[in-house]
Design a protein around this ligand. Structure first.
Ligand code: EPZ
Length: 427
């Protein structure tokens, strides 16, 4: 098993272009199932979750080719409507295949995706939405079988009790070629929803209001192939901004979309960072000493993203003063705290609230990545800490960050990936 070794205390300085958004490319690749022909998706990050998605598309009968950051999907000969358990389990978010397969084949058979490190990840909202399209949902020895009615999926009005990102995506995928019009109320507003709608509309879909709480989808008979470039990854951009702030450096990030990172700008300014955001770039200059951030509450977009909670907690653990972080989205997304305590962080947890008392500096430690974003927080803490940090279970990090050690080395970090049975020279 590979691990990452960091020698902390080096300032990050420089300029990067951030990868394409993992949480956008995954549903967009699923959406190619609805297109009868060859779709071309650009700016696809090199991630294990993308590899897992490609494997499922190929199992279903798609021909998929990857050339660096461009992926071509020919969905002409899709002939399967099921996803085997081993492929479902490779990726937590494989539930988003439900709407794509059901929309294309009229039937979808998936194993219930298990919970993961950050929560039980229920899919009740997804399933009740499919039933509102007139589909039946049955359980066949551990598999979910979702079948459209004899007249196919019928457009309908769906109100989500929670603005679930995945459920909103599944509804859009199922509604795109359904009979009639679908209206989603309390839809998720994350930018990745808009990116999915942009791709589908480019293929001839009729989706209005994506990115707002009410989305209207007029079903169409057929989608024609199109090319699409995935939006930049706002969570990865936020991670590198926080890494820079924690090491006292300066960074310029190209190819961001300002509104996508808006929720984290104010908290970073409160911590003392000087930030300039223009049309396509964000520039961050760190303060000498980070100040505490009074209160962070994770909320659906455009609130503070839950996917940046672990990273901002690493920052507040070395800020001057006490910060409070409340995790409102997932019921167990504090697993990284145990690992941050190994660095010498002072964090007290009461339910969904973490009280972080900043310390002057962290000390290098042997830690593990508890999950994707918790893992990225370990890297950030290691960058700031005095001494050496070893991070294991980094396969979690590889799900969402394209070669983080390469990007950070280019910014001046002393970081490397080693195969755990390799002799460890100096990192
Ligand atoms: C997406 O997950 C993202 N993943 C997550 O990013 C992100 O944290 C999350 O949205 C929230 O922004 C992808 O896009 C692949 P939800 P998703 O459905 O769709 C509850 C990362 O680090 N819920 O919006 O699974 C659920 O339990 C990952 O990149 C139900 O109760 O998130 C959670 O508490 C982690 N019933 C809340 O809603 C349902 O049927 C938000 O979940 C569905 C969800």
């Amino acid at each position: 098993m590979d691990k990452i070794i960091v020698n902390g205390g080096r300032k990050l300085n420089g300029e990067i272009t951030v990868q394409g958004a993992k949480n956008s490319v995954l549903p967009i690749l699923v959406a190619t199932l609805l297109v009868d022909g060859v779709s071309v998706i650009h700016n696809c990050p090199m991630l294990s979750d993308v590899d897992a998605t490609i494997k499922i598309l190929q199992y279903l009968g798609c021909t998929v080719n990857r050339e660096n950051h461009s992926i071509t999907v020919d969905s002409t000969n899709v002939f399967r409507d099921d996803v085997p358990d081993n492929l479902m389990r490779e990726m937590r978010s494989s539930i988003v295949f439900l709407g794509g397969i059901l929309g294309r084949m009229g039937r979808a058979k998936l194993s219930t995706p298990g919970g993961c490190e950050i929560g039980l990840r229920p899919i009740d909202l997804h399933l009740s939405a499919m039933e509102q399209f007139g589909a039946t949902v049955t359980d066949e020895d551990g598999f979910l079988v979702c079948s459209a009615g004899e007249n196919g999926l019928q457009g309908t009005r769906i109100t989500l009790s929670f603005p679930s990102v995945g459920a909103t995506e599944n509804i859009i995928l199922a509604a795109t070629c359904a009979m009639g019009t679908t209206i989603i109320s309390n839809a998720a507003r994350e930018p990745e929803i808009s990116d999915l709608a942009d791709f589908l509309n480019r293929c001839g879909a009729k989706i209005r209001g994506a990115g707002d709480s009410t989305v209207v989808i007029e079903g169409v008979k057929k989608l024609t192939p199109a090319e699409h470039t995935v939006i930049p990854d706002r969570i990865v951009a936020s991670t590198y901004l926080i890494a820079t702030a924690m090491t006292g450096g300066e960074i310029l990030i190209n190819s961001i979309i300002p509104s996508h990172i808006a929720p984290i700008i104010q908290p970073l300014r409160e911590s003392g960072c000087n930030i300039v955001v223009n049309k396509k770039q964000v520039i961050l200059e760190s303060p000498k000493i980070l100040k505490r951030i009074r209160m962070i509450r994770t909320m659906p977009h455009p609130g503070f993203p839950t996917d940046v909670q672990a990273q901002i907690m690493a920052l507040t653990s070395v800020a001057d003063g006490t910060s409070v972080i409340v995790e409102n989205i997932f019921e167990s997304r504090f697993k990284h705290i145990g690992e941050l305590l190994r660095f010498g962080a002072k964090i007290h947890v009461e339910g969904r609230m973490a009280v972080v008392e900043g310390v002057n500096h962290l000390n290098g430690a042997n830690v593990r990545a508890t999950d994707l974003r918790g893992g990225s927080a370990m890297i950030l803490a290691g960058l700031q800490a005095r001494g050496t940090t070893e991070i294991t279970e980094i396969h979690h990090i590889d799900r969402g960050y394209e070669t983080p050690e390469k990007t950070l080395s280019e910014l001046g970090a002393d970081i490397k990936r080693v195969n755990s049975n390799e002799k460890q020279g100096n990192a």
